[in-house]
Design a protein around this ligand. Structure first.
Ligand code: CA2
Length: 155
C-alpha cells in the first residue's frame, strides 16, 4: 500500500513506513492497537503534513526487503523518515543498516507501549539509529511524529 500527499509541498516529503501486519490494524486486538485502520491513519497523516507544508509518502509492507528498499529510496527523495517497523524492529539488522545510511531525521514509532509488553518487544534494533522514538500513544503518535519531524527538518 502506498499513498501520497501533495507532491509539490515546499518543505519536502516525509516517508512514513509501516512494517508487517499493520495492514490489519483496526481488525484485531483493539485493546492493544486501537480501532483506527491504517488507511485512516494515512489520511490523517496526509492532512497533518499538508497543514505543515510537507508531502507524505505513506507505505505498508509485510516484506523485509521491501522495507529496506523504501529506506534506500528515501535517501533520494525524503527529508525525513517516520517508521513503525513492527516485528522487524527486533530482528532486522538489514533494516538497521539501511536506516544508518539515511543521514536525515528518523523517528521510530510504536502504537503500543512495547516496554509494558513481553520482553521480546523490549530490544528494538531500530532504536539504535533513531533520532527520536514515539511509543504507546496510539494512532495519534503518527501525527505527533509529523509535528516533531517538522521541527527536526528545520533544525
Ligand atoms: O505497537 C506497535 O506499533 C508495534 O510496532 C506493532 C507490532 C509489534 O510487534 C511491536 O512490538 C509494536 C505488531 C504489529 C501487529 O499488527 C497487528 C495489527 C492488527 C491487529 C493485531 C496486530
Amino acid at each position: 500500500m502506498s499513498a501520497s500527499g501533495n507532491p509539490a509541498a515546499a518543505r519536502g516529503c516525509i516517508y512514513i513506513l509501516n512494517g508487517p501486519n499493520l495492514n490489519l490494524l483496526g481488525q484485531r486486538e483493539p485493546a492493544i492497537y486501537g480501532s483506527t485502520t491504517l488507511a485512516e491513519i494515512g489520511e490523517r497523516c496526509a492532512a497533518k503534513a499538508m497543514a505543515l507544508g510537507f508531502a507524505v509518502d505513506f507505505r505498508q509492507t509485510n516484506y523485509e526487503g521491501e522495507l529496506v528498499e523504501s529506506v534506500q529510496q528515501a535517501r533520494q527523495e525524503a527529508c525525513g523518515i517516520i517508521i513503525n517497523p513492527a516485528g522487524y524492529s527486533f530482528t532486522s539488522v538489514a533494516l538497521l543498516d539501511a536506516l544508518k545510511m539515511f543521514e536525515r531525521p528518523k523517528i521510530e514509532l510504536h502504537i503500543s507501549n512495547v516496554h509494558a509488553r513481553e520482553s521480546i518487544y523490549h530490544n528494538s534494533l531500530v532504536s539504535r539509529t533513531a533520532t527520536g522514538i514515539i511509543i504507546g500513544l496510539g494512532a495519534a503518535g503518527y501525527e505527533l511524529a509529523i509535528q516533531a519531524m517538522a521541527g527536526l527538518v528545520d533544525a
